[in-house]
Design a binder for this molecule. Structure first.
Ligand code: 7XF
Length: 410
């Protein structure tokens, strides 16, 4: 493995996504990432085998603990996030679970923001809580709330920004500063799936661990389930040895790692387009009489707009909104769209639309949704890479129809 460039600041970001690190194929010098489709590796002798297992000697020995194709992706992701190292996993949930199980033990206190992807919320409530981790949900977009919650046994502070699905913005610098001022050992973990490292890099803002569902923008083609954790070499080694190898076994396959490497080549280009079209969509929604409220950090009326301007490069490709008439009107809209696909997930080339309360965030009860500030009628849109006109026209016709039906009492 050769790292042609060691630090992202030394080259342009789009070059880093394509050329930043490269796995050298000793035999043929293949330009594309070679796929090492093997579960195990022969070791030269018993002594060397023992030293590889103990970590005293570098070298591959079994693909749950490491594989060259996975290393290629890990080095590229570390470069893009500005971290020392990364660990890739079989899903975003695999990365989150491996991280929580590595650093939280029975009796540990974990402070989490109340607005999270539904699966993460379920892991923290039904998984971590049941195994004795004291999980406390608060609104971290108000940094003072953190000061009231921090305790002697706080092991981790966990958040998403922009948060799924309301795109609430949390001040990463401020949260990391306050947590570390209280105790430097507290790990500040951020799920950066929605922003991506193209728009925001939490490690440069003082956070300790960045988590990703690579399933989303980083792969970008809707054909892989994968995840990653990124941070210091020491933290990543602990996640690899405990959370990944022993606790979850959530290992990624070499072919999936190759596909994400391939997706990364167009990642900065894709993000620019996602952001541009999402801005247009947010303006259409904000001006349509059938729409009650738009949740997009790029709109001046969004509560996190100023902070997003400071913390992010642009405002991202996700737009959420409520239509007048609440949940049933939202369902009517979703059923009337012809171009946007009714599907969960996000960050794909295709425009995807869904209803969080009944789909991606179904682990939340009605009361928990309310406490997390997630309206029951919220609609979440992942703006794709198709021609913007096709997306705008579909939303326009669906919203117009809602208005006509409302006026005629249907
Ligand atoms: O395990 P996955 O690769 O599906 O990733 C889990 C995950 C982690 N963090 C965030 C911010 C996520 O949004 C996700 C997955 N979210 C999808 C969604 O919200 O549509 C999952 C479909 S139910």
């Amino acid at each position: 493995m050769t790292s042609q460039y060691n630090h992202v600041e030394t080259i342009h970001y789009s070059t880093a996504a394509i050329r930043g690190t490269r796995l050298t194929d000793q035999t043929y010098d293949s330009v594309a990432t070679p796929i090492y489709q093997t579960s195990t590796f022969a070791v030269p002798n018993c002594e060397s085998g023992a030293m590889r297992f103990s970590g005293e000697q570098p070298g591959y020995y079994y693909s749950r603990m490491g594989n060259p194709t996975l290393t290629a992706l890990e080095e590229r992701l570390a470069l893009l996030e500005g971290g020392e190292a990364a660990v890739v996993t079989g899903s975003g949930m695999g990365a989150i679970a491996a991280t929580v199980w590595t650093f939280c033990k029975p009796g540990s206190h974990l402070i989490a923001d109340c607005t999270l992807y539904g699966g993460t919320y379920e892991l923290l409530t039904e998984g971590a809580k049941e195994f004795g981790v004291d999980v406390e949900f608060i609104d971290l977009s108000v940094p003072n709330n953190l000061n009231h919650a921090l305790r002697e046994n706080t092991a981790m502070v966990y958040m998403e920004t922009p948060a799924n699905p309301t795109l609430k913005i949390t001040d990463l610098w401020e949260i990391a500063r306050r947590a570390h001022e209280y105790c430097p050992e507290i790990l500040v973990a951020v799920d950066n799936t929605i922003a991506t490292p193209y728009l925001q890099r939490p490690l440069f803002l003082g956070c300790d661990i960045v988590l990703h569902s690579l399933t989303k923008y980083l792969n970008g083609h809707g054909d892989v389930i994968a995840g990653a954790a990124i941070g210091s070499s020491s933290l990543m080694e602990q996640i690899r040895r405990r959370g990944l190898k022993t606790m979850t076994g959530a290992v990624l396959g070499p072919f999936e790692a190759y596909l994400v490497m391939r997706g990364l080549q167009t990642f900065p280009l894709r993000m620019e387009q996602h952001c541009s079209t999402a801005e247009l969509v947010s303006h259409l929604l904000a001006s349509h009489p059938a729409v009650e409220k738009v949740y997009y950090p790029g709109l001046p009326e969004h509560s996190g707009h100023e902070l997003a301007q400071k913390q992010m490069r642009r405002f991202g490709g996700m737009v959420s909104f409520e239509v007048k008439g609440g949940r049933s009107a939202g369902a009517k809209l979703l059923n009337s769209l012809k171009f946007c696909l009714l599907a969960v997930s996000l960050g794909d080339a295709e425009t995807l639309i869904e209803h969080p309360a009944s789909m991606s965030h179904s682990p939340y009860s009605d009361q928990e949704l309310e406490e997390a500030g997630i309206p029951a009628g919220l609609v979440r849109l992942s703006v794709g890479l198709e021609d913007p006109q096709d997306i705008l026209e579909d939303l326009q016709q669906g919203l117009d129809k809602l208005l006509e039906d409302g006026q005629s009492g249907r």
